[in-house]
Design a binder for this molecule. Structure first.
Ligand code: SF4
Length: 70
């Protein structure tokens, strides 16, 4: 799994940080998303998928080229 975000779409709601705080953070100045772990550890993958679903801006995308199916 690999995470990409479109910070230009991010509205700074913080849902991703609330849902998967080990993986996402927010910029202290403008509140936009920062990806701390672009390749998140397996234990966080369910919460990362929830964060994608909950993001009100559709700013988070997942891809996993070549990644083994868990
Ligand atoms: S949930 Fe979406 S809109 Fe909210 S901070 Fe995260 S990326 Fe930005």
């Amino acid at each position: 799994m690999r995470i990409t975000v479109d910070a230009g779409r991010c509205v700074g709601s913080g849902m991703c940080v609330h849902t998967a705080g080990e993986v996402f953070d927010q910029d202290e100045d403008d509140g936009r998303v920062i990806v701390r772990r672009p390749e998140p550890p397996a234990r966080t993958r369910d919460s990362v998928r929830r964060a994608v679903d909950l993001c009100p801006a559709g700013a988070i995308a997942l891809s996993d080229p070549g990644a083994p199916v868990p």
